[in-house]
Design a protein around this ligand. Structure first.
Ligand SMILES: *[C@@H]1O[C@H](CO)[C@@H](O)[C@H](O)[C@H]1NC(C)=O
Ligand SMILES: *[C@@H]1O[C@H](CO)[C@@H](O)[C@H](O)[C@H]1NC(C)=O
Ligand SMILES: *[C@@H]1O[C@H](CO)[C@@H](O)[C@H](O)[C@H]1NC(C)=O
Ligand SMILES: *[C@@H]1O[C@H](CO)[C@@H](O)[C@H](O)[C@H]1NC(C)=O
Ligand SMILES: *[C@@H]1O[C@H](CO)[C@@H](O)[C@H](O)[C@H]1NC(C)=O
Length: 320
């Protein structure tokens, strides 16, 4: 008992003799695009602080590196702003009043993470000179995309996938099932859900219906709705046979069309034959005049684009 009292007493003594930096809340929520003031206060043992620097930074996910938000120097009242925070961060504290808050505007996903307030007071360096908080940038989940993996046939195992491209905090997903008659029903007993993936085992005709996935975080939710139709494998064989028949039909039609085109091409080819030498002559004339003096390359390109257009010949035909 006495020891406990002594410990508390000495702790109080210890802390009251040292600098104490404090960010009041463990986390702050802010919607993407909004502005925020993150408060930070400090208690100094000095009655009057003559020189101090305040450093705000964002810790990397692994906590091993820091990105500077800003550095504030007292009594100069000068500020250095980190690269990612130019025009976005401002010191919003007042050293004589023991505050060291920061304003950050135009919050984006980049700002999501652990933020640290570090106060260095000259002649008061022992104690808790820093505190951290989580800045949680809120982004509504985007409409999730539902998709199916596997063969939707009797006896197969299939997976229904659901994923929102964005959302913060990370959305959680849940699936509901509706019968073909659109009546809500339990998910099949052996199904499992994990991070938006619903696994359905040994599916049958009864599995067919609507599957709706809801993606939600603390600000909003969004959903996708998927129609799942399970076929007997034989139906798929019939379907495949149908597709093959269609493909064969298409090939035959393409063949007929191609044959017709060939016949026509021969007739047209004769017409154009007369005009090609004409163009070649012109082309020759140009090369003789040294238009290709630079390089072979541009001329080759020119040649390739020329024949289908036949520009020199067209005006001749249309001028009356
Ligand atoms: C956020 O701050 C910027 C400038 O720092 C200001 O132009 C804008 O109006 C503020 N937005 C809100 C929602 O307060
Ligand atoms: C910080 O933000 C608060 C609240 O929007 C505002 O009243 C204050 O003027 C801002 N301070 C600075 C230095 O931008
Ligand atoms: C944002 O940060 C919080 C805590 O700092 C974390 O729980 C959350 O997953 C982060 N959001 C994203 C999308 O990384
Ligand atoms: C799959 O379901 C059918 C009935 O729908 C059942 O007869 C069969 O034994 C099941 N197969 C497996 C491997 O569970
Ligand atoms: C899912 O889609 C079907 C068909 O489009 C519709 O009848 C059903 O009401 C939808 N369910 C939900 C929960 O939106």
């Amino acid at each position: 008992m006495a020891v406990g009292f002594l410990l508390v007493f000495s702790a109080v003594l210890y802390f009251s003799w040292c600098i104490q930096v404090d960010i009041p809340a463990a986390s702050y929520d802010v919607a993407r695009g909004d502005n925020i003031t993150i408060p930070c206060t400090f208690k100094s043992t000095l009655t009057s602080v003559t020189t101090a620097t305040v450093e705000w930074s964002r810790l990397s996910k692994d906590g091993l590196s820091k990105a500077l938000i800003l550095m504030y120097y007292w009594p100069d009242k000068d500020t250095d702003i980190g690269d990612e925070y130019q025009n976005r961060a401002a010191f919003a504290g007042d050293i004589p009043r023991n505050t060291a808050s920061v304003n950050i505007s135009g919050i984006s996903m980049v700002d999501n993470g652990t933020i640290e307030c570090n106060v260095n007071v000259k002649k008061d360096v022992t104690g808790k000179i820093q505190d951290v908080t989580s800045l949680v940038v809120l982004v509504a989940p985007s409409t999730p995309v539902c998709s199916l993996e596997g063969k939707p046939e009797y006896g197969e195992n299939i997976r229904l996938l659901c994923k929102s491209a964005e959302g913060s905090p990370e959305p959680t997903y849940s699936w509901q099932s509706y019968s073909a008659a659109n009546k809500m029903r339990d998910l099949p007993p052996k199904s499992t859900q994990d991070k938006g993936t619903l696994t359905l085992v040994n599916v049958s005709m009864d599995t067919s219906g609507f599957f709706v996935c809801t993606s939600a975080n603390k600000i909003r939710s969004a959903m996708c709705n998927m129609t799942v139709a399970i076929y007997p494998p034989s139906m798929n064989i019939a379907f495949t046979a149908g597709m093959i028949a269609l493909a064969v039909g298409a090939i035959i039609i393409i063949g007929i069309v191609a044959y017709c085109c060939c016949c026509r091409d021969k007739g047209q080819g004769e017409e154009y034959e007369m005009e090609y030498p004409d163009e070649n002559a012109e082309e020759k004339l140009r090369t003789e005049h040294g238009e290709t003096a630079y390089d072979d390359q541009p001329d080759e390109e020119h040649d390739r684009s020329q024949p289908p257009m036949l520009p020199p010949n067209k005006p001749k035909g249309t001028v009356y």
